[in-house]
Design a binder for this molecule. Sequence first.
Ligand SMILES: O=c1ccn([C@@H]2O[C@H](COP(=O)(O)O)[C@@H](O)[C@H]2O)c(=O)[nH]1
Length: 236
Amino acid sequence: MLNTKPIIALDFPGEKDVLNFLAQFDEKLFVKIGMELYMQEGPSIVAKVKEQGHDIFLDLKLHDIPNTVKSAMKGLARLGVDLVNVHAAGGRAMMEGALEGLEAGTDAGKTRAALIAVTQLTSTTEQQMQQEQKISLSLNESVLQYAQLSKQAGLNGVVCSVHEANAIREICGEDFLRVTPGIRMLGGEAHDQKRIATPDGAKKDGSSLIVVGRAITGAQNPVTAYKEVCKLWEAK
Ligand SMILES: O=c1ccn([C@@H]2O[C@H](COP(=O)(O)O)[C@@H](O)[C@H]2O)c(=O)[nH]1
């Protein structure tokens, strides 16, 4: 069973910044290690964060031919994280390969990480998707198509924006995870994100888990900012 705390995106350039950031908290967190940190520090950063007892979403968004993704996922499984992902655009066979690799690499007796697929990045607009990716569907339809494909491949859920979460829940079911980045406090700067929502909006609109980066890591007091996000996310 996955932790339902807001996932803090540890988008820092290196280990020192991460450890200084985590030292401010006196509770176990659910954190995300993405490409920025992993490319600098490699698997050792996963081990160090895990040693401190935090749950980990390893957000490397694998996207390659099925055999390569299967082998890579087998390696990632050995890191013992809680949540991993691929790009749904890699296709059904690639996602099935990822799942096989994850299962093969998970030590006997251990729970395998949940596997989710990125649908359309939260930094993408419908106009961009149609013009650059030449997808003639609406953005909502494209996200739903990727969600259904991910479900058929046996995945545990998707990364999407809050705006698509309810429709995915209706079609794919409550247990199919809707993990939503692009979270901002009311009036907060969007930065490069295009499909954004507040933590309480995410709760209301069907997210299973929220991912929050700069609204916490860039705050003057990250612990206070995190508590504020938790309060809104946990409010009934
Ligand atoms: O569609 C996606 C997929 C992943 N992300 C990641 O989430 C965080 C969001 O950070 P903020 O600072 O809260 O914008 C970041 O690590 C992205 O790589 C995403 O934003 N959208």
